[in-house]
Design a protein. Structure first.
Length: 205
């Protein structure tokens, strides 16, 4: 392996087999593991995305969004999956105006869209992947069930909304504040999500 010789503060990566990049090392490792098991890039992307929903809960989740731009080598075609959550039918300008709002709030039920992320990942796997759902979902289930190191940014985000969770979102408080705000680096698990994903697998199979 040889780099360009130009100075960089980041390591230069090169290879002949494959590469996965994401915002979290555990997600990237899951995607790479899928490639090494014979999966294609779309299988790896799904595994990576599902793990990100577990280890970076402050940035994304099953109820979020995931616009996909991909290239299918088999057909030679570029494709797009519009994984943007749409507004609920009742979320009209008039409804918000009746509540005395001129903007959609940034948090809470009024800000929620129709969930799109999980379904979009499943569509990507169905159309372009080669592996079974269990083979790409096992990593997310493992981290949700057995835990992962809490990011400092996630800990800070949880701390920032702790009072809101306690006052208005008792379900979220039960998950994220059971032992207080999880400390950076502490092992954190979300067994409820693991249970949901295991049920999805059981229903799918």
């Amino acid at each position: 392996m040889r780099g360009s010789g130009q100075f960089t503060t980041r390591p230069q990566l090169a290879g002949t087999f494959g590469m996965v990049a994401s915002t979290h090392w555990l997600a990237s490792a899951a995607g790479m593991a899928v490639l090494e098991k014979g999966g294609n890039a779309f299988d790896a992307a799904v595994a990576t995305g599902l793990v990100l929903q577990i280890v970076e809960p402050h940035l994304n989740g099953p109820g979020g969004e995931v616009p996909v731009i991909g290239f299918d080598a088999a057909s030679g075609q570029t494709f797009v999956l519009d994984g943007q959550g749409t507004a609920p039918a009742a979320a009209t300008i008039e409804e918000f105006a009746d509540l005395g709002l001129d903007l959609v709030p940034g948090t809470g039920l009024l800000a929620a869209c129709v969930p799109a992320a999980f379904g979009t990942w499943m569509l990507l796997l169905q159309r372009y992947g080669t592996m079974k759902l269990r083979d790409v979902m096992e990593y997310a289930i493992g981290y949700a069930g057995h835990g992962y190191p809490m990011l400092s940014t996630a800990s800070a985000a949880i701390a920032a909304v702790a009072d809101t969770f306690r006052a208005h979102w008792p379900g979220s408080a039960e998950v994220y504040l059971a032992d207080g705000v999880p400390a950076p680096g502490a092992r954190f698990a979300n067994p409820a999500v693991a249970t949901v994903y295991r049920r999805i697998l059981a229903e799918a199979e």
